[in-house]
Design a binder for this molecule. Structure first.
Ligand code: H79
Length: 477
């Protein structure tokens, strides 16, 4: 998400030359090879960065999946409803590791159907997914070679979730990403200031944490890339005191070396400013995009960012959380985010049996219906450079590199819809997406663009309309 520097390859060439000169007595070809593969991914050129981010910027809408042993208690431990987000039940309920492991031993999602999940993403108009390969509780959803605390070795289910889901996603053309927690409440070498009670950390904690990174976290991350070819690494839990800025930069470099075109969020490093999620500017932090959590940036941003949000009030499944947002709110969030240049990562928390809750399925399907008609204003779009909105009920987008503009109304308009911030091309036609025919319009500099909406059109606005998209040829001002 940081602004990229323009660098030339001369630095690289210089280092190759120096290497070659300085190692007369060694195997020169090996040295040369090492020098060539050692690309500094922390100083990528703007052009390379744009190329790597292209699919993600066009995608706009993805599914977040929080799934693990916490779906088994589903918010209730020993008969007590535990406050807070469901996937934090181990910490909030002060559940000892050995006791929490019993939830993993009972995790048997026999109804899990990877194809159905991938199809739901597709039907919802989502272009990518990010699933919890490992959340803070330390449990791995795949068959990890460096751990037995995983889906295959530790549960009665015994099958690899990431394998099934990554394959199904590829079938449906959905990019596959993984969420991986740096904080780990289960690993004995990673518990300094977290699960054991936020105490001050010691030198020994730091040494152990470094060993955990090298011997456990990095090997696991490597498995995500080599076995499932993950397209996104979405780190979290980076705030633990043991984890340092230098380790964050090294982790970024490590992941990019394994898969140069992978995309990595900013929680790989220590730059994030709280829940607002964008980086501080006091240092050069690693990471490709900012991560507002449960909020949307107030203003448009020229940096890359993605808002992750829940549909109710939890990420991991809680049996008694019924506080669902309306489809209208979710569609409006998507429009708001896209008009400000961001992506929307919308969460589902499947049950222990392997089902995505019905209220989530309904909302996603309804969003998909809206996108089937209005998607051309969302995907491959660009924000307006000057004004992303007009008042609170109109948002703007445009198709990248064209003069196709979109004005999206979040409420039912009046019979004359007046739009500022754009000049239509003379004699061009204006349409309301999903409705046949052209609309009458006129334009003058003082009042702007006026689109005339006939009564029979207006009366068609109903509860499942959510928003109307007007397609205009012209330029923004
Ligand atoms: O996975 C979901 C949550 O379980 C996880 N992130 C989403 C995507 C999450 N972990 N913690 N929280 C959410 C809330 C924790 C906030 C805090 Fe902090 C951590 C407060 C202080 C440390 C983040 C870092 C906000 C301020 C600093």
């Amino acid at each position: 998400m940081k602004r990229r520097k323009r660098i030339t390859t001369s630095l690289l060439l210089l280092s190759i030359l120096l290497m070659t000169l300085s190692c007369k007595n060694q195997d020169k070809s090996q040295e040369l090879q090492d020098a060539v593969v050692k690309v500094d991914y922390l100083n990528e050129s703007e052009a390379d960065f744009d190329k790597r981010m292209a699919w993600w910027r066009d995608a706009r809408f993805g599914m977040f999946i929080h799934w693990g042993p916490y779906a088994v208690p589903a918010g209730t431990h020993k008969g007590e409803k535990i406050k807070g987000i469901g996937e934090w039940i181990m910490e909030r309920g002060k559940i000892p590791i050995a006791e929490y492991e019993n939830y993993a031993r009972a995790f048997n999602p026999v109804d899990f159907n990877a194809d159905a999940w991938a199809k739901l993403m597709k039907d919802a108009g989502m272009k990518y997914v990010v699933i919890t390969s490992k959340h803070h509780d330390g449990f791995a959803l795949w068959d990890s070679k460096v751990s037995s605390y995983d889906m295959v070795d530790f549960t009665p289910y015994g099958k690899d979730i990431l394998k099934q889901l990554s394959e199904a996603c590829r079938t449906y053309g959905i990019k596959f990403g993984t969420y991986h927690s740096i904080m780990d409440w289960h690993h004995p070498m990673a518990q300094g200031d977290t699960y054991t009670g936020n105490r001050d950390i010691t030198e020994e904690d730091k040494i152990e944490f470094e060993a955990y990174l090298e011997q456990y976290l990095k090997p696991q991350v490597k498995e995500l890339i080599t076995a499932y070819d993950t397209d996104i690494l979405w780190f979290d839990g980076e705030w633990v005191k043991e984890f340092t800025h230098d380790q964050g930069k090294a982790l970024y470099q490590y992941v990019r070396e394994l898969k140069p075109d992978i995309i990595i969020n900013n929680r790989v490093d220590k730059g994030r400013q709280g829940m607002q999620g964008m980086n501080k500017e006091d240092a050069d932090y690693a990471g490709d995009f900012g991560t507002p959590e449960q909020e949307i940036l107030e203003q448009a941003s020229s940096l890359d960012w993605e808002s992750c949000m829940t549909m109710n009030d939890t990420w991991g499944f809680k049996s008694y959380d019924h506080n669902w947002k309306s489809t209208s709110t979710l569609v409006h969030n998507l429009i708001d985010i896209v008009s400000k240049g961001g992506n929307y990562l919308l969460n589902v928390g499947p049950t222990a049996e392997g089902l995505i809750p019905e209220p989530s399925v309904t909302r996603l399907t309804e969003m998909g219906s809206w996108l089937a008609v209005n998607g051309e204003a969302i995907y491959n779009s660009q924000r307006f450079q000057n004004n992303f909105k007009q008042g609170e009920s109109i948002r703007f987008t445009k198709t990248k590199g064209t003069n196709t503009l979109y004005a999206i109304t979040l409420e039912k308009p009046e019979s004359v819809l007046t739009i500022k911030h754009m000049v239509p091309e003379p004699n061009s036609s204006i349409q309301l997406l999903g409705h046949p025919g052209d609309l009458e319009w006129d334009y003058n500099e003082t009042s702007g663009l006026s689109i005339h909406l006939p009564e029979d059109l207006l009366s068609g606005w109903n509860d499942t309309t959510y928003a109307w998209t007007f397609k205009i040829t012209g330029k923004e001002i």
